[in-house]
Design a protein around this ligand. Structure first.
Ligand SMILES: [Zn+2]
Length: 306
């Protein structure tokens, strides 16, 4: 088993497509969804619309565990996007749709943190109408999160690349080699566990995989588009499911191995099995694994946090 996650692909499977727990597939899906979100935003802005990068932060929640925090986040978001308030707001603000994505990080100082990154596309006619939206989101979010310090922050978006990066942040195909210190994303935790073999990192990774189940997380996809948004703004776009996308997108040029790398591989049967497993999952998985073990020259591609 390459990743050590429950329900992982066994040796001999042809594809992976585990978009929550496989760093390679997560990267492929988020990268493609970021591109779609950027295209949507560009089309919307050209049509005279407004776009907002919103971060919904539950603040200081009581629950220490990741699964509980994630559930709380989902419940708070459901409060924002349901009911008569949400429907009335669509008419008032000319809302076209929303794109949302949970961002999970861990740091030694703060432990687990889950925030929701949202891209809102609307057409408010007057500033007061936007302020009504801000006020309703803030009150519904705070009521749902039930925590002190729950907040919703807003930033207007005119840069369409930033719009995509906003929803696809904390996504790294660099085998956890993120620049900078501080909060670590899931791929970083896995990379640390694999590199150090230390139990506390593995425990954090296991907690992440347990929380990233449909029941706990409440989101089906790493990046979700509101219904009809893609077909309204990008009628020509063919919609592909996350897992299909991951398998399809996860193509990469497999790096050349140095003589030293071959000798290491030849001498290490366990490493050979890992490399074989990765090769069966696809070229991008193989590249990632080789880089992770220091067998390949050069760094794999990286999608930076917004
Ligand atoms: Zn994968």
């Amino acid at each position: 088993m390459l990743l050590g996650e429950p329900g992982g692909t066994e040796l001999g499977a042809l594809a992976c497509g585990q978009v929550w727990v496989c760093p390679v597939c997560a990267y492929a899906v988020r990268g493609e969804r970021a591109r779609e979100a950027g295209l949507l935003t560009a089309a919307h802005l050209r049509a005279g619309g407004q776009a907002w990068a919103v971060v919904c932060d539950p603040g200081e929640v009581e629950q220490a565990g990741l699964a509980a925090r994630w559930q709380l986040l989902s419940a708070a978001w459901r409060r924002v996007v349901s009911g008569s308030g949400w429907a009335a707001e669509a008419r008032r603000s000319g809302r076209v749709g929303v794109v949302w994505s949970p961002e999970v990080t861990w740091s030694g100082q703060d432990g687990w943190r889950v925030v929701l990154r949202v891209l809102l596309l609307d057409h408010p006619l007057r500033e007061e109408l936007h302020q009504e939206t801000v006020a309703r989101w803030t009150s519904q979010w705070a009521a749902g999160a039930g925590a002190s310090g729950a907040r919703v922050s807003w930033r207007p978006v005119t840069d369409t690349v930033a719009a995509g990066g906003h929803v696809a942040a904390v996504c790294d195909a660099g085998a956890g080699r993120r620049l900078g210190e501080g909060a670590l994303g899931p791929a970083d935790l896995l990379a640390r566990a694999r590199r150090t073999g230390e139990e506390p990192w593995w425990e954090l990774w296991r907690e992440y995989t347990r929380a990233a189940t449909p029941a706990a997380r409440g989101h089906r996809s790493p990046v979700t588009f509101s219904r009809g948004l893609r077909s309204a703004l990008l009628p020509g776009l063919v919609h592909r499911a996350d897992a299909d996308l991951a398998v399809e997108q996860a193509r990469a040029t497999v790096p050349a191995l140095t003589g030293r790398a071959w000798r290491r591989l030849a001498a290490d049967g366990a490493l050979q099995l890992q490399v074989l497993d990765a090769a069966l999952r696809g070229p991008a998985h193989l590249s990632w694994t080789l880089a992770d073990h220091g067998l390949a020259a050069g760094e794999p591609a990286r999608l930076a946090a917004a």
